[in-house]
Design a protein around this ligand. Sequence first.
Ligand code: FES
Length: 268
Amino acid sequence: MSGPAVTFPQRGFGDTSRTDNWWVKPLAVFVGLSFFFVGYLPWAMLQGEYYWFGNYLSPVYSPELWGASPHAWFGGPRPPFWPAFLPYTAGMIVLWMPGGFRFTCYYYRGAYYKAFWQDPTACAVGEPRKSYLGEKSFPLVWQNIHRYFMYLAVAFLFFLAHDVWKALWFDNGAGEEVFGLGVGTLVILVNFLLLSSYTLGCHSFRHVIGGRLTQLSKRPVQSKCYDSCSALNRKHQLFAWMSLSWVAFTDFYIRMCAMGVWHDLRIF
Ligand code: FES
């Protein structure tokens, strides 16, 4: 039995009968993402100074392949292939990888589609457009590259773990390295833990660690891995914001120490 056709009213942009403060969350996301993705992190990447302090290296510049600091793998101050007329900082050749991983993350996509493109603005709120092409069409089909950025992001965790290890060894002033712990070490360690929690809770990583299977119940090992990843995945939004904020804070902390504004406290 077929009833009368249901029609929905066409709303203009921003029209809604909602009475709650639905606009607060997209506005907060807009401000937050603008600050980190358009403001602080690109600035830190291009600034090119004060990104290391002794055994501490900013995550914005890690791994430092070619650069001016003692952390650079292949010396520096710039790669031999880099055109002389172009400005260079060590962050420019690495930050696009974790940046691409975040930009294509399922959570961030949903967040910036709403906050920046108003697509959709919010549930039951009029949008500025009538058509929807989705992520199966150009250009958003490119977001599927996330699964490849995921492999790069996992590799970065090893570099960041190495940064934690280096942050445990301090110059004793006589040319020897001694084991120790500073507040900066803890800042770098927390950065590693938060980025690990964010990366290992990735939907793409979960698919791979679960063996790319559609039926997990007969594979206990893959099932366990998948469930462990799901535990982090449930907090993916939280880890996305905490790790993003802490990357910026870690860079800021090291910058302040390198500039002599803050004194890094040695715990032992
Ligand atoms: S889905 Fe967010 S990092 Fe992969």
